[in-house]
Design a protein around this ligand. Sequence first.
Ligand code: ADP
Ligand code: ADP
Ligand code: MG
Length: 453
Amino acid sequence: MLKKVLVANRGEIACRVIRACREMGIRSVAIYSQADKESLHTLIADEAICVGAGSNGDSYLNLANVLMAAQISGADAVHPGYGYFSERAHFAEALESLGIKFIGPPVKAIEGMGDKARAKEAAIASGCPVVPGSDGVVASDLEALQIADQIGYPILLKAVAGGGGRGIRRVDGPDELSQLWKTAQAEAQASFGSGEMLLEKCIVEPRHVEIQIIGDQHGNMIYLGERECSIQNLRHQKMIEEAPYAFLPAEIRRKMGEAAVKVAWSVGYQNAGTVEFLVDENFDFYFLEMNTRLQVEHPVTEEITGVDLMQLMLRVAAGESLPIKQADVQLNGHAIEARITAQDPDKDFAPSTGKITEWRAPGGRGIRMDTHCYAGYSVSPFYDPMLAKLIVKGKDRAEAVARLQSALHEFHVAGITTNIPYLRRLCATPEWIAGDFHTGFVPQWMAANPAGA
Ligand code: ADP
Ligand code: ADP
Ligand code: MG
């Protein structure tokens, strides 16, 4: 087993890693920025090393400092969490050269899924249906016009290096293509350092359904059911996720699971990963991308499978075989996660910062809180606005829905603005309660119910 793990991240996901380590008798090392001295992850780790000033560039994304912290601490492995260095092949490579394990997939697998164009190639090669679109990178707006003519509007322009819902533009007709091409490309260049674009048919009113997979170093790989993540904000960022997708026929679940394993297998994947699909009203599914890391919404899968994904990641990285086979994976009950953020949804999701003066979190049966926040904690402007993940579990979707509504009702935070009142309204809509929605639901609902209405 591993002896000491450095967590190259912050916030709730760093707490998640540290807790799993403690349960397994592994020493944990937190890294923190000067703005994060009081963050829970800094306080609960066995050791903590400051890696720089407040900004991400100075601290959590300061490669030399993070590598030095790993070396000085004597850690035998590093968990990257999500975001930050989690999908950067050069980080995994640098650790390897220092003789430190990267808790995640092999460098080659990160590279193989690193950009959306290469990932789609891998999916096609392994026989998985993909969203129709360009054959890789599109060279110019003229070429985009020709391809769009063939596949038909609406289409999406997407940054090949994109992520987190950024660098995506919908184009409804040829007359707006050139202009949107320019803005999308400029945004991609600014956000991701690459202006490479691909083009995809826009699937109208799909569901976002993703498959959790995990593989060991001995040739075993399984899928752990799906997560439904169609409740997304205006920038395609997930807000509420659930497992399972209540209406998914078992036969389609099996097909998607097997397709996901096959795609992952084709790039030599090991450890935890997620294959994202869009599913249309006929339950036809299309590969979107693969995220080569643990995802924000992994807890809903843990709640319905009983599998601790974080512990499993650590075991697999240490060289252990998967303790379960595909036939052992059973889905029980229904779990829903709501992302609690320091944002004002009525003001275009503007971030809110400052001291949390009151923090009264919900509790009781079937409630799980993953967070680094508490009363007295100051939310800094430097980082992602996510404060907590509120996860509920019920025997079926109806019970989970009622439990989430009740938990949101109880949840009280003062000192900063949060999205809690907004989530209460969203979770009271008949569509959400009935599970009758798609990725375009939230934008439609917000347009019909403007701020303050
Ligand atoms: P996921 O893909 O895990 O469902 P998202 O798509 O919402 O999560 O995340 C968008 C991107 O932003 C991902 O690369 C994710 O790792 C990163 N990210 C999300 N939340 C945070 C956070 N609190 N801190 C750092 N990075 C984050
Ligand atoms: P990211 O890397 O930002 O997560 P994804 O390719 O995973 O980008 O897409 C994020 C979201 O954007 C999807 O969940 C979906 O809502 C929307 N989207 C992406 N591609 C398409 C498409 N071809 N048709 C319709 N919606 C799409
Ligand atoms: Mg995605």
